[in-house]
Design a protein around this ligand. Structure first.
Ligand SMILES: Cc1cc2nc3c(=O)[nH]c(=O)nc-3n(C[C@H](O)[C@H](O)[C@H](O)COP(=O)(O)OP(=O)(O)OC[C@H]3O[C@@H](n4cnc5c(N)ncnc54)[C@H](O)[C@@H]3O)c2cc1C
Length: 382
């Protein structure tokens, strides 16, 4: 298992102190009002945390994939909904700009994302294009120095609050191919773009939006990467996103395990604390084992990324295992809490609701299984 350095442990404690004082006391209020604490973006930006893992020559603030993973795991332990909004902003929005966009476009948009003054969204899902990205239909047609966008996006995190939206668009070829898909940076207030909030099962503080593009004019120089190839060029952003998405699962798993461990030591039944029951202790042991395995895989993939080694398959495995472990652990935590965990004032019901999306976000786990088995057939071995 990866051992954190002293600096990494100190950073983990610093983030934990921040979440204990600035996030945890407010989570219930944000959950119930379903509102995102927008001031967190500039506050994390001022701490330099939105720029962790971004090369310093691009305005990043030092640290690499391990530190970035620590940040998202700790944020998610406090509130996965809060962590999700920051993750989409920094990892997906910022990643597409930092890794693929032209210098000019990157210099125009990335500094705001790293400072937290600009909120970003990443929009590929459509009513008819979910796990199968090749079905993207939102069309971008060239018109002089601009493109005209028409179509819809759905289930877009930060979609209603984003200042800039990376819009995955079809520039040529018929649906059914990864080619012909380009990415544009669209300002949230562009005429012709309408946005609507969506209600959802979990991740309550995070904003989720449905977006409609009706003759939205976007200057040609707002294209991320090359025409017809932008989405393909963004694939490493999504691959890295699987590692950080998996850290959100780790955070939920840790929170659920901590809650269950505390509860079974306090709750008295049958003449003693629940933890005296072997069946209860075995649940805790299995939860611990699955979480430990998932953490090893997630930080192992982050370490490969940090070392510049191939990491795609390891990222898929990490996301697959961590997301399913978190769902299992959260369900066991709920079970061990009995009726108490089922109550809305208990955070345990939240862990149970929040974790499910990680199984199909960032590429459904079935798609991860496809990619892992393809790698295996090509000769990849763990
Ligand atoms: C809270 C939340 C936040 C989100 N944020 C974003 C965002 O910021 N940006 C964005 O673009 N999208 C976002 N999404 C949407 C997300 O990208 C999609 O949910 C995801 O792409 C899966 O698409 P789908 O939900 O339409 O599922 P579908 O494609 O309809 O698939 C449904 C199920 O079918 C099964 N399945 C799919 N493909 C296969 C296969 N090849 N083999 C076997 N089984 C398969 C899986 O079990 C899958 O879960 C978000 C969704 C939610 C709920």
């Amino acid at each position: 298992m990866l051992e954190f350095t002293d600096d990494q442990r100190a950073f983990q404690s610093e983030v934990a102190r921040f979440t204990a004082s600035e996030i945890e006391p407010h989570v219930r209020e944000w959950e119930e009002s379903k509102t995102y604490p927008l001031d967190l973006f500039p506050r994390l930006g001022a701490l330099g945390w939105l720029g962790i893992g971004v090369p310093e020559e691009l305005g990043g603030s030092g640290g690499g994939p391990i530190e970035r993973s620590i940040l998202f795991e700790e944020l998610s332990k406090a509130s996965a909904g809060v962590a999700l909004g920051i993750y989409v902003n920094a990892v997906l929005g910022g990643g597409a700009l930092g890794m693929v966009a032209s210098d000019r476009l990157r210099d125009a948009c990335l500094p705001g994302i790293l400072s937290g003054d600009t909120i970003a969204a990443w929009a590929y899902a459509e009513p008819d294009s979910g796990a199968d990205i090749t079905r993207v239909r939102l069309s971008a047609k060239r018109d002089g120095d601009s493109y005209i966008l028409n179509g819809s996006k759905i289930y877009i995190t930060n979609g209603t609050i984003a200042d800039v939206i990376m819009v995955v668009s079809r520039t040529s070829a018929e649906p059914g191919s990864l080619g012909g898909i380009s990415v544009f940076v669209v300002d949230g207030d562009t005429p012709g773009l309408t946005r609507r909030s969506m209600d959802k099962l979990g991740m309550h503080p995070s904003e989720l939006g449905e977006l409609h593009f009706d003759d939205v004019v976007v200057p040609a120089d707002r294209m991320v990467g090359d025409e017809d190839a932008g989405f393909r060029q963004c694939l490493p952003v999504l691959s890295q996103g699987r590692i950080y998405g998996a850290t959100l699962a780790l955070g939920i798993g840790r929170a659920a395990l901590d809650a269950a461990t505390a509860h079974v030591q306090e709750r008295q039944q049958f003449g003693g604390p629940l933890v005296k029951q072997q069946a209860v202790r075995f649940n805790l042991a299995d939860m611990t084992a699955r979480l430990a395995a998932a953490r090893t895989l997630v930080y192992g993939a982050a370490e490969l990324l940090a070392e510049g080694m191939p990491y795609d398959t390891e990222a898929s495995i990490a996301k697959l295992v961590a997301s399913e472990a978190a769902t299992w652990i959260a369900e066991r935590a709920l079970h061990l809490h009995g009726a108490q965990g089922y109550m809305m004032e208990s955070p345990v019901q939240r862990y149970y609701r929040d974790c499910k999306i990680i199984e199909y976000g960032e590429g459904a786990n079935e798609v991860q299984r496809e990619m892992i088995s393809e790698a295996l057939v090509r000769g990849w071995r763990p």
